[in-house]
Design a protein around this ligand. Structure first.
Ligand code: CP
Length: 307
């Protein structure tokens, strides 16, 4: 039963509950007009303490396409957060006006704190370098829809694996499905955090390798999940310049990939995927952004318990 629940961490829902969301997403994709009024009279609050394009717009589009309405802020300085109001007090207040809330926050754990004080469902739309569970739903719906299954994939994750919250959520989620293997491609400065490695991968006996060069593993991958290498995380400019070009996916590198490999990226991209890859049918990152809206429509409907 998902009605009234929060979504804070990728592991908050069981696999059966995730399947419920994917099944409903598919029904919505197939027949959107049947769902155009299921949220009539309901209100979504978007509380974005950090910038966003996809997550905020897709949540807003999702609610509007379900017949509901949206309030919120995309800039905390326009809310009473700028006067020092706590997340706990903000969510208690928002709960007086809205039926469900989505929160993005630069501090890890802020949406969790909000959920502890909230009278309405709270959805984590990304908290610092920690988790991004609705990107995870987006990614799994995309993989399921394009590859036809969530099992037995060799998944390459490339770029900033240390601070990349989408990567953390995706590894946690895909580790629950049988036969998935991970190839972690990053400079050593940006390797996956030890807690993800030990508590998820090692603990569950999941096959994983860590490499620094994308070319060395390209031909083995079923899915390549690119992320932005964040210049600001490097200790010095020299290291950044040395490593950044290793992670520019271009047509030449794509020649080594399987014919049915897919390239995903949570976006925004800066320069890690060359524009020529956009014309390759294996580049699925804009389709992925669209699946995100359908996953969020299904999530909103389930948490509100509307039919
Ligand atoms: N993927 C993602 O979270 O994008 P935004 O930062 O634009 O929301």
């Amino acid at each position: 039963m998902l009605k009234g629940r929060h979504l804070i961490d990728s592991m908050d829902f069981t696999k059966d509950e995730m399947k419920e969301i994917f099944d409903l997403s598919r029904d919505i994709i197939d027949k959107p007009e049947a769902f155009a009024h299921i949220c009539d009279g309901k209100l979504l609050a978007t509380l974005f303490y950090e910038p966003s394009t996809r997550t905020r717009f897709s949540f807003e589009a999702a609610m509007l396409r379900l017949g509901g309405q949206v309030i919120g802020f995309s800039e905390p300085n326009s809310s009473s957060a700028s006067k020092g109001e706590s997340v706990a007090d903000t969510i208690r207040t928002v709960g007086c006006y809205a039926d469900i809330a989505v929160m993005r926050h630069p501090k890890e754990g802020a949406p969790k704190v909000a959920s502890m004080y909230s009278s309405i469902p709270v959805i984590n739309a990304g908290d610092g370098g920690h988790q991004h569970p609705t990107q995870m739903l987006t990614d799994l719906l995309t993989i399921q829809s394009i590859k036809g299954k969530l099992t037995n994939h060799t998944i390459g994750l490339c770029g900033d694996l240390k601070f990349g919250r989408t990567v953390h959520s995706l590894i946690k989620a895909m580790s629950r499905y049988e036969g998935n293997k991970f190839v972690l491609i990053s400079p050593k400065e940006l390797r996956i955090p030890e807690y993800i490695k030990n508590e998820i991968l090692v603990k569950n006996n999941i096959e994983v390798i860590e490499v620094e060069r994308i070319e060395d593993v390209m031909e083995t991958l079923d899915i390549l999940y690119m992320t932005r290498v964040q210049r600001e995380r490097f200790f010095n400019e020299e290291d950044y310049i040395r490593l950044k070009d290793s992670y520019i996916l271009d047509g030449e590198k794509m020649k080594k990939a399987k014919k049915d490999m897919i390239v995903l990226h949570p976006l925004p991209r800066v320069n890690e995927i060359s524009y020529e890859v956009d014309n390759d049918p294996r580049g699925c990152y804009f389709a992925q952004a669209k699946y995100g809206m359908f996953a969020r429509m299904a999530l909103i409907a389930k948490l509100l318990g509307v039919k």
